[in-house]
Design a protein around this ligand. Structure first.
Ligand code: SDX
Length: 436
C-alpha cells in the first residue's frame, strides 16, 4: 500500500489536541485513513458497527467495485474467468496469484484429485446427527472434525502446513458435502473417483448409487463448475472476516474454515440462496406471477419483516455481476433439460423486472445478488434446497483459505481484538441477597 501525500487532520471542538492521520492508496478503489495510532494518541476509539466504513486489512486477492458492479479475482474480471477457466484454475489463481500454465494446472489438479478421500472414521461423525439434520449443521461439525486427522499439518504459521491443508480442504469439501447429502437420504456414501473432473466427481458422489452409476451431463457439470467459480471469493464478507479473525488466534486452518462455514449459514449471507428459493416456491404456491404485486407490497412494509431474498448487497449498489452470469447459466441448464418454461425461473425474472422498476428498490439501489438465481440452477441440476448453502461453502473454501493464508503471511498481522463503546452499568457494589 502506498502512502498518500494527502493527510487527514482530526480536530476536536473542545480544544483537545488535533491529530494528523496518514492516508494510504491502494492500486484501485478507495483510499484508507490509518487510525492505528488514534487510541494511543487521543484515548478515543472509532465507532463502526457492521464495518460500513472500515477496511480490516490490505489484500491482493479480490476487488469489488460496488457502484460499477465489477468483481476481479487477482485482477481478472469474473466474466472472463467464468467463461475461459474452470474452478480449479480459479483456485490456483486465488491461492498463488497467477493463472496456471498447462503443467501447473495438471499438477495442481493431480494434487487435489488425490486428496479427495476422507479418513474412514469421518463417517462415524455423521451417525451422531439426526437424518433430517440441516446439511450446514453437519458441515460445521465435519470441517472442524477434519483437524483431528491431520496433527502433522495444523501449524498455521508453517507454510508447508498451510499448503497441504489448502489442498486437503479444497479436495475434501465435495466429498463431505456429498456425504452430508447421502446421509440425509439414507443412501450409502459414494467414494470419489480421481479420473473425473472436480465438478463431475462431486455430482457423481451426489447422484450415483452402488446399484447404478451416474454419467454426469457435460452441460450440468459445466454449470456446477461455474457455480463454484462464481462463489469462490468475495473480498472481506462476513464469513471471510470470520475466518480471518478466527485464524488470527493461531488456530489450525480446519477450525478457522469451520468458523467460516458456521457464519455463511446465516440467511443474510450464504443462507440467502436457500431462503430465496423457498421465497419463490411460496409465491408460486400462492398463485405465482399474479401474486408478485402483493408480495412486493409486503416487502416494502417495514412492519412485515419480509425481505426480497437474493436482492440487495452491502457492497453492490448495482447489478451483482455474478447474478448476470448465474442467470445465463440458468438459461443454459433449463434449456439442456427442456425446462425452458420452468415456472420458478419465469417467476424470478418477472419478480426481478418488477423490483428493478419499483422506486423502493431503485432508491435503495437493491439489485439481484449472487443468490437470486443460484437456487433455480441448483434445483434444476437436482440439488436439494437445504444443500445450496453447503455448496456455497464448498466453493468459498478456496477464498477463505487464500484470505487466511494472506493474513498469516503478513508479518504485520496481529490477533484481531476490536474494542467497544461501553454503555452499561457504571461501577456499583454487590448487596447481600437479603437486600436485593
Ligand atoms: C451474500 O458480503 C458479501 O460479499 C456477501 C456475498 C458473498 O459472496 O460473500 O455477496 C454473499 O451474502 C449475498 C447477500 C445475500 N443476502 C440476501 O440476499 C438477503 C437479503 N438481502 C439483505 O438482507 C441485505 O440486502 C444485505 C444483508 C445483503 C445487505 O444489507 P445492508 O448492506 O446492511 O443494507 P441494509 O440492510 O441497511 O439495507 C438498506 C435498506 C434498508 O431499508 P431502509 O432501512 O433504508 O429503509 O434496504 C433495505 C433495508 O431494509 N433492504 C431490503 C433488502 N435489502 C436491503 N429490503 C427488502 N429486501 C431486501 N433484500
Amino acid at each position: 500500500m502506498t502512502p498518500s501525500d494527502v493527510k487527514a487532520t482530526l480536530s476536536f471542538s473542545d480544544g483537545s489536541p488535533s491529530m494528523d492521520l496518514p492516508l494510504y492508496k491502494g492500486s484501485i478503489g478507495p483510499d484508507v485513513i490509518d487510525i492505528r495510532k488514534l487510541y494511543a494518541q487521543t484515548g478515543k476509539f472509532t465507532y463502526d458497527p457492521g464495518f460500513l466504513s472500515t477496511a480490516s486489512c490490505n489484500s491482493t486477492i479480490t476487488y469489488i467495485d460496488g457502484d460499477k458492479g465489477e468483481l476481479l479475482y487477482r485482477g481478472y474480471p469474473i466474466e472472463q474467468l467464468a467463461v475461459n477457466c474452470d474452478y480449479l484454475e480459479t483456485c490456483y489463481l486465488l491461492l498463488y496469484g497467477e493463472l496456471p500454465n498447462e503443467s501447473q494446472k495438471a499438477d495442481f489438479e493431480d494434487k487435489v484429485m488425490h486428496h479427495t478421500m476422507v479418513n474412514e472414521q469421518m463417517q462415524f461423525f455423521l451417525r451422531g446427527f439426526r437424518r433430517d439434520a440441516h446439511p450446514m449443521a453437519v458441515m460445521t461439525g465435519l470441517v472442524g472434525a477434519l483437524s483431528s486427522f491431520y496433527h502433522d499439518s495444523t501449524d498455521i504459521n508453517n507454510p508447508e502446513h498451510r499448503e497441504i491443508s489448502a489442498i486437503r480442504l479444497i479436495a475434501k469439501m465435495p466429498t463431505l458435502v456429498a456425504m452430508a447429502y447421502k446421509y440425509t437420504i439414507g443412501q450409502p456414501y459414494i467414494y470419489p473417483q480421481n479420473n473425473l473432473s472436480y465438478a463431475g466427481n462431486f455430482m457423481r458422489m451426489m447422484f450415483a448409487t452402488p446399484c447404478e452409476d451416474y454419467k454426469p451431463n457435460d452441460v450440468l457439470v459445466r454449470a456446477m463448475d461455474r457455480i463454484f467459480t462464481l462463489h469462490a471469493d468475495h473480498e472481506q464478507n462476513a464469513s471471510t472476516s470470520t475466518v480471518r479473525l478466527c485464524g488470527s488466534s493461531g488456530t489450525n486452518p480446519f477450525a478457522a474454515i469451520a468458523a467460516g462455514v458456521a457464519c455463511l449459514w446465516g440467511p443474510a449471507h450464504g443462507g440467502a440462496n436457500e431462503a430465496c428459493l423457498n421465497m419463490l416456491t411460496d409465491i408460486q404456491k400462492q398463485g405465482g406471477v399474479a401474486r408478485i404485486g402483493e408480495f412486493v407490497s409486503k416487502v416494502k412494509d417495514k412492519n412485515s419483516g419480509v425481505k426480497l431474498m437474493g436482492f440487495g448487497h452491502r457492497v453492490y449498489k448495482n447489478y451483482d455481476p455474478r447474478a448476470k452470469l448465474m442467470r445465463e447459466t440458468c438459461h443454459e441448464v433449463l434449456g439442456e433439460l427442456g425446462l425452458q418454461n420452468d415456472p420458478l425461473f419465469a417467476l424470478a425474472m418477472e419478480l426481478e423486472k418488477i423490483a428493478l422498476e419499483d422506486e423502493y428498490f431503485v432508491a435503495r439501489k437493491l439489485y439481484p445478488n449472487v443468490d437470486f438465481y443460484s437456487g433455480i440452477v441448483q434445483r434444476a441440476i437436482g440439488i436439494p434446497v437445504p444443500l445450496f448453502t453447503a455448496i456455497f461453502a464448498l466453493a468459498r473454501t478456496v477464498g477463505w483459505i487464500a484470505q487466511l493464508n494472506e493474513m498469516i503471511g503478513d508479518p504485520e498481522y496481529k490477533i484481531g481484538r476490536p474494542r467497544q463503546l461501553f454503555v452499561g452499568a457504571t461501577p456499583r457494589d454487590v448487596k447481600p441477597i437479603a437486600q436485593r
